[in-house]
Unconditional design. Structure first.
Length: 235
């Protein structure tokens, strides 16, 4: 009776194809472990509909403005209508973000900023922390104290909130400034008529998400310095 000898390849040099595959897998894993992650949350209620189409095009500038050796992964979140809240996968290409945005329409409903903050707190892991939360909105219809408590938790988890405020609602401005301050983030107006300025501000946020305060300090951009002036002093 013949004996079938089963051999393994563990002690032999890997084939070129296998070695190449394993090398690429390790490279992908290394990049993913360094990947800066940022949540981009939008108010898509009816009050934003008049400027939505223009604003949607500018939102995609978040990726284009990023210039760093490691990729920036963004998760798009939005709320609309009565209790509808949705988020995308982690996206690393501008086209993918714009595809997601193209499916978002404004629907009448109340704000759900608390869900945005809770989602940000639940999304990070030890190996893949969320570096920052960007929120674009024009109103706040929720009790501020509960939001401030969540912003405090964001500060503890090192998730600064960068608030872009569209419109002139004074009550929303007060709340948004406090959310940014408590979380150790920053506040800025969101004016769709100032596209170049908005691109510069989004670029500052993306550079912060990738390189932190040091990246802003190393930049000569006026908008980077504007955000840096609002952030607490960190190494």
């Amino acid at each position: 009776m013949s004996v079938c000898h089963i051999t393994t390849d563990l002690d032999h040099p890997r084939s070129g194809a296998v070695a190449t595959f394993l090398g690429k897998a390790k490279a992908i894993q290394a990049v993913t472990s360094r990947q800066a992650r940022l949540i981009f949350a939008l108010d898509a209620t009816a009050s934003r509909e008049p400027t939505w189409e223009h604003a949607r095009a500018l939102h995609g500038e978040l990726f284009n403005a990023a210039s760093a050796p490691t990729p920036l992964a963004v998760q798009l979140c939005h709320y609309q209508g009565q209790g509808h809240f949705q988020h995308s996968d982690w996206l690393t290409q501008p086209a993918a973000l714009l595809d997601q945005l193209s499916n978002v329409t404004c629907l009448a409903g109340t704000t759900q900023i608390h869900r945005v903050l809770k989602h940000a707190l639940q999304s990070g892991t030890t190996s893949h922390p969320v570096r920052a939360l960007v929120f674009v909105g024009d109103a706040c219809e929720e009790g501020p104290e509960a939001l401030y408590e969540l912003a405090g938790q964001c500060a503890i988890r090192t998730i600064p909130i960068f608030v872009f405020h569209e419109g002139q609602d004074p009550a929303a401005k007060t709340v948004f400034r406090q959310l940014a301050h408590i979380s150790q983030g920053a506040y800025a107006p969101f004016d769709v008529n100032c596209a170049d300025e908005l691109r510069a501000l989004l670029g500052a946020v993306s550079r912060f998400a990738v390189g932190g305060v040091r990246a802003l300090r190393a930049s000569n951009s006026e908008k980077d310095q504007l955000f840096l002036a609002q952030l607490p002093n960190k190494p």
